[in-house]
Each structure stands twice: as structure tokens, then as C-alpha cells.
Design a protein around this ligand. Structure first.
Ligand SMILES: Nc1ncnc2c1ncn2[C@@H]1O[C@H](COP(=O)(O)OP(=O)(O)O)[C@@H](O)[C@H]1O
Ligand SMILES: CC(=O)OP(=O)(O)O
Ligand SMILES: [Mg+2]
Length: 401
């Protein structure tokens, strides 16, 4: 397996996910999660199918420190020489990148230009790219964009109702995110449910720290809830999702907050965390709700209400509705969020199968509804596999060009 492994890097601002993949396999040979990047107690945890979890404290806690710890682990496991290429998740590819791209100085310059359109994500993604170029200077590297899958949105779906010159002159439009995940689970759903690849309609709910809904018609994204940046749409861990801009302007006026403060408030202090005044983590909120915490209860109710509303709205962008798919950390594991959401979907003819729902978490997928109508399904996403496959394809193309 010499030089046949792909290192997948998904760099966030405070965490980095790594996976060492064989492109055609579902499970990683090694996975890693660096947490609390930039903070004092930064650490990295490694997992492989053969060994127990191993956690190492990071010295400086920055992105480069985490990558160096990963390199050491790859050396210790004699995997370092088998890494043939690196795939990076990049959130915002704008209208520039309709597909994954080989990382070159031009690609980096374009990703830098697009950073204002995904301020929480692209700068962190770029840090990962720069560090990886330093640490692995001889390997080909590929950027895989969240936005590529949504390049099929029509102008009706991506245009904001603001003066058109802002789209013409400044690219102000909806792009959508989580495309790698939406594409993967939609494809899995077609296989799992035996749907016709040329005649199906799905609504995918990717629910993680960032969450979005996508309407997929015959394998193609036709609508999605995130917009120009990953702030629009659903309620998220710390992001508000949809909000009346006049409400934000009013908050700015009564608190003297600047535009930058307001952006920070909507991205980092809102969502589940902002409503509950407790946590952004759905697990913590589920437990607190059971214990009678009013803020946690309200946060979950608002999350579910918004999610059900977006699922219903996205169904209207399809010609037929075969299935609603739950994926991402919350979608795959929270039986509570699925139960509450499916109970909101009666108008669509979807009825919860409680027994099935309560059994699907921790990596198990399947149908969680009953009856004749569209089905509700849990499918585990695998962005790492998609990134590895695309990286492999782009690198092979570059080598034969
Ligand atoms: N067993 C669980 N029950 C409920 N929520 C869970 C469970 N496991 C993970 N989650 C939630 O999933 C979310 C993180 O999802 P994930 O997809 O890993 O995030 P990211 O967007 O960072 O990739 C958190 O809100 C976490 O609480
Ligand atoms: C685009 C986005 O929201 O990504 P994440 O879920 O990783 O925050
Ligand atoms: Mg995610």
C-alpha cells in the first residue's frame, strides 16, 4: 500500500479533524481529532480500528503543533511513507470552484479572496493548507469545497432580493455548504432505498455544529438552507441561522455594538448556546432538558421548529418526496431531535417509528418512520471518504496531464 493513502484534513478554528484513508474504504486507517486549538489545554486524540484511543497534549496548541504531532504518530505507526497525497476540506469555493482543485499558489490566492464569504471557516482551512505545505512539501494537495455540490442551484434559488448590483459587483448570493456530506448521503439513500437515480426527491438534514438542509432532485442540489456564508438557515450550535436583519440592527443600536461585534454575536454566541445560556452541545442540552432546564428545553424546541419548517419548505423545491435523511453528529445520534422533528412532519405524511428511532445511534443507519408516505432515514455521513476519493482522482489527473 506504498504511497496509496490519503491524509484528509478538516481544519476548523478551534478543532482539526484528520483521517488517513484508503480511497475506496469506508473506515479510516487512523483518525485524529485535535481539540481546543489556540487554547492552553490543546490536545490531540488518535484512534484506529486496531488500537485504543490515545490522547497527547499539544505543546503550543496551534495548527502546526497539531500537524507535527500527527506526523510523529504517522512515523510511530510506520504510515508516513504510505501517505501519497493530502485532501483538505475547504468550506467556501464561491462561484470560482465548481469542483475540487489541486492546491497551487493560484488556488490558495483564490481561497484567500473568498475568505470573507466564510469568515469562521476559510481562514482556518487556509491555516491547515499552509501548515500541511510546510510539513509535507513534496506531496500533492487538493482542496475539496463544501460549495461545489450546490453549483447547480438556479438563480431563483441563489439570488437574494437585494439590489442586483451587489450580485453583479460583489458576488453577494447564496452558495450553500456541507455539499460533500449532502452529496454522499443522498447517493447512499438512493442505494439503500432502491430509488430510481433519474427520478427521486430527497431532503437531507445535515445536523452537526453547523447544520443545513438540502433538497436533492435526481442527484443534484436544487435548494439549500445556508447562504452566502454558513450563518443562514437552521439554528446551529453557536450560530443564529435565519434572523430579521432589522432585529440585528436594533440590537446594534440599543447596545452600541459595531458590525463586527454583531457578526461575532450571530456566529459565536447565538444558536443553541445563546438560547439555552448553557451549552452549544446537543447532548448536554438533551440531558439538561430531561432535568428540567428551561433554557435547554426552549433551545431544543426552537431548533426543531426551524428544522421542520426548513424541511417542509425544501420539499417544495422537489417534484416528488421519497425521503427525509438525518445525518451529522446530531442527525445520526440524537433520538430526541429526530423524534421531535418527525412529529412535526405529519403534513408530509411521515409518521415516527419510535422503536426503530430509539435503536439508531452510534453508527447504525436505517428507516425510522412507518406508513405509506415518504420515509425518514438515518444515514451516517462520510465526508472523509468523499474527500479521499476526490483527492485521489484529482492527483491522478494531475500526474497524467
Ligand atoms: N449521542 C449523541 N446524542 C446527541 N447529540 C450528539 C450525540 N453525539 C454527538 N452529538 C451532537 O453532534 C454535534 C456535533 O456534530 P458533528 O457532526 O460531529 O459536528 P461538526 O459540525 O463539528 O463536524 C454536537 O451538538 C453533539 O452534541
Ligand atoms: C459549513 C459549516 O457549517 O461547517 P461545520 O459544520 O463544520 O461548522
Ligand atoms: Mg461537520
Amino acid at each position: 500500500m506504498r504511497s496509496s493513502l490519503i491524509l484528509v484534513i478538516n481544519c476548523g478554528s478551534s478543532s482539526i479533524k484528520f483521517a488517513v484513508m484508503q480511497p475506496c474504504q469506508d473506515s479510516p486507517v487512523l483518525s485524529g481529532l485535535a481539540e481546543c486549538i489556540g487554547l492552553q489545554d490543546a490536545r490531540i486524540t488518535f484512534k484506529s480500528p486496531q488500537t485504543d484511543k490515545k490522547t497527547v497534549a499539544l505543546t503550543t496548541g496551534d495548527h502546526k503543533d497539531a500537524l507535527n504531532a500527527l506526523v510523529q504518530e504517522l512515523r510511530d505507526r510506520a504510515l508516513i511513507d504510505s501517505i501519497g497525497a493530502i485532501g483538505h476540506r475547504v468550506a467556501q469555493g464561491g462561484s470560482v470552484f465548481a469542483e475540487s482543485a489541486l492546491i497551487t499558489p493560484t488556488t490558495i490566492a483564490k481561497i484567500e479572496e473568498l475568505a470573507t464569504l466564510a469568515p469562521l471557516h476559510n481562514p482556518a482551512n487556509l491555516q491547515g493548507i499552509h501548515c500541511a505545505l510546510e510539513v509535507f512539501p513534496t506531496l500533492l494537495q487538493v482542496a475539496v469545497f463544501d460549495t461545489s455540490f450546490h453549483q447547480t442551484l438556479t438563480p431563483a434559488a441563489y439570488t437574494y432580493a437585494v439590489p442586483h448590483k451587489y450580485l453583479r459587483e460583489h458576488q453577494v448570493r447564496r452558495f450553500g455548504f456541507h455539499g460533500t456530506s449532502h452529496k454522499y448521503v443522498a447517493n447512499e439513500a438512493v442505494k439503500m432505498l432502491g430509488l430510481n437515480p433519474d427520478d427521486h426527491g430527497l431532503v437531507v438534514a445535515h445536523l452537526g455544529n453547523g447544520s443545513s438542509v438540502c433538497a436533492v432532485k435526481n442527484g443534484i442540489s436544487v435548494d439549500t438552507s445556508m447562504g452566502m456564508t454558513p450563518l443562514e438557515g437552521l439554528v446551529m450550535g453557536t450560530r443564529s441561522g435565519d434572523i430579521d436583519f432589522a432585529a440585528v440592527a436594533y440590537i446594534g443600536k440599543v447596545t452600541n455594538k459595531s458590525m463586527a461585534d454583531l457578526e461575532q454575536m450571530l456566529n459565536k454566541e447565538s444558536g443553541l448556546l445563546g438560547i439555552s445560556e448553557l451549552s452549544s452541545d446537543c447532548r448536554t442540552l438533551g440531558e439538561a432538558r430531561k432535568a428540567g432546564h428551561a433554557g435547554a428545553s426552549l433551545a431544543i424546541d426552537v431548533f426543531v421548529h426551524r428544522l421542520a419548517r426548513h424541511i417542509g419548505a425544501h420539499a417544495m423545491s422537489l417534484d416528488r418526496l421519497d425521503a427525509i435523511i438525518f445525518t451529522g453528529g446530531i442527525g445520526e445520534n440524537s433520538t430526541l431531535i429526530r423524534e421531535l422533528t418527525i412529529n412535526h412532519l405529519k403534513v408530509l405524511g411521515i409518521e415516527l417509528d419510535s422503536d426503530q428511532n430509539n435503536q439508531l445511534y452510534g453508527g447504525r443507519s436505517g428507516v425510522v418512520s412507518r406508513g405509506e408516505g415518504p420515509v425518514a432515514v438515518v444515514i451516517n455521513t462520510n465526508e472523509e471518504k468523499m474527500i479521499a476519493l476526490d483527492t485521489d482522482r484529482i492527483v491522478k489527473r494531475a500526474k497524467t496531464a
